[in-house]
Write a protein that binds this ligand. Structure first.
Ligand SMILES: [Zn+2]
Length: 291
C-alpha cells in the first residue's frame, strides 16, 4: 500500500496500549528486512531515517526504495525522518515523499524550540503529513550529536504542556524521560512518574527514544503509560554489521556475495520480529490502518 502518515496509527497504538516499532534503516536491504519483519507478523511499521543516512544516499533514492517496498507490503508503513535540526533537510524530505518528520530543537532554548517546531508544524500540516517534536535532552549519541550524561536533562512538565498546546495534531511527542541513544552502560533509569504525569495530561502519543537495550519490562511499562512509538536504531545497526561478519567468520573463502546479504537480512528481520512481539503490535496492521 502507499506510504502513510504515522499520526493515525500511533493514536490507535496509544489508545490500545501497544507500541509501533520505528526502525532506523541503513540501506535497501535493511529497509527490506524491516518491512518483511512487519509483514511476517501483520504489524504496522515506521521506517525512519537518520539525517546522516538521508545525506549519504540522497532523499529521493531513500524515498523510492521505501515507497517501492511499502507498495508491495500488505501492512501500513510510514516513512519518517529521525532527529532533524535543519528545516531545509525537512523540506527536502517532504518534497521527496516522506510521510512524517521529526524536528529536534532540543538543543535550543525552550522559546526558540517552540517557535521553530510550530513553523515545521505548519509545513507538515500543509503537506498532510506527521510531525514529531522533542523537548528536554535525550542522552547518548545520535548521528554526530553527543549528549553526555551530565548534559542530558529530563523534560520539564510545564514546558511539555505549553509546548503541545498549539500543536494539537502533533503525530508524536518526544519528551526526554531518561532513556538514551546507543548501548546503555547500566540499566536505563526511566522517569516513569514524569511519563505518567505527561500522559495523564497530554493525549498525543509519546515516542520512546533509545529503545536498544531496554528490558521487556521497561518496554511494557512505557507502552502501558502511553508510548506509542518505540525507536530501535543501535541494535539494527549492530546486526547489519554482524550479519556480514558472522557469515564471513564461518565461510572465509566464500566469494558469492548474495548469501551475505541474506544472512544480514535474516539477522535484522529476526530482531524486528522479536521487537514487534514485545511491543504487542503483531496482528494490528488492519486495525491500525482503519484508525
Ligand atoms: Zn532518538
Amino acid at each position: 500500500m502507499p506510504l502513510l502518515p504515522m499520526g493515525p496509527m500511533l493514536r490507535h497504538a496509544r489508545a490500545n496500549r501497544y507500541g509501533i516499532a520505528a526502525y532506523n534503516m541503513i540501506d535497501f536491504n535493511s529497509a527490506r528486512a524491516i518491512i518483511d519483519g512487519a509483514t511476517a507478523l501483520d504489524a504496522p511499521m515506521i521506517v525512519q531515517v537518520s539525517v546522516k543516512t538521508v545525506k549519504h544516499w540522497g532523499a529521493k533514492h531513500v524515498a523510492t526504495w521505501v515507497r517501492m517496498l511499502a507498495n508491495d507490503a500488505p501492512v501500513p508503513v510510514a516513512l519518517h525522518l529521525d532527529h532533524c535540526t535543519d528545516v531545509d533537510v525537512i523540506r527536502r524530505c517532504i518534497d521527496a515523499g516522506w510521510t512524517s518528520v521529526m524536528f529536534d530543537g532540543s538543543a535550543l532554548p525552550f522559546a526558540e524550540n517552540l517557535a521553530t517546531s510550530q513553523q515545521v508544524y505548519a509545513l507538515t500540516e500543509a503537506a498532510g503529513i506527521g510531525l514529531e517534536a522533542e523537548i528536554g535532552a535525550i542522552g547518548g549519541v545520535e548521528d554526530d550529536k553527543v549528549v553526555n550524561d551530565d548534559q542530558s536533562r529530563l523534560a520539564n512538565f510545564d514546558e511539555c504542556v505549553a509546548f503541545v498546546r498549539d500543536m494539537p495534531n502533533l503525530a508524536v511527542f518526544a519528551p526526554a524521560i531518561g532513556t538514551a541513544h546507543g548501548f546503555y552502560k547500566g540499566e536505563a533509569k526511566i522517569a516513569y512518574d514524569l511519563l505518567d504525569r505527561i500522559t495523564q495530561t497530554i493525549s498525543i502519543p509519546i515516542a520512546l527514544h533509545g529503545g536498544t537495550g531496554l528490558t521487556e519490562e521497561q518496554f511494557h511499562r512505557c507502552i502501558a503509560l502511553g508510548c506509542g512509538k518505540v525507536n530501535i536504531s543501535t541494535m539494527h545497526k549492530s546486526l547489519f554489521i554482524d550479519g556480514f561478519i558472522n557469515l564471513r567468520a564461518e565461510k572465509p573463502k566464500m566469494a558469492e556475495p548474495l548469501p551475505f546479504i541474506d544472512a544480514q537480512h535474516a539477522a535484522m528481520k529476526a530482531d524486528v520480529m522479536q521487537c514487534i512481539r514485545i511491543f504487542g503490535s503483531d496482528g494490528r496492521a488492519q486495525a491500525a490502518l482503519a484508525a
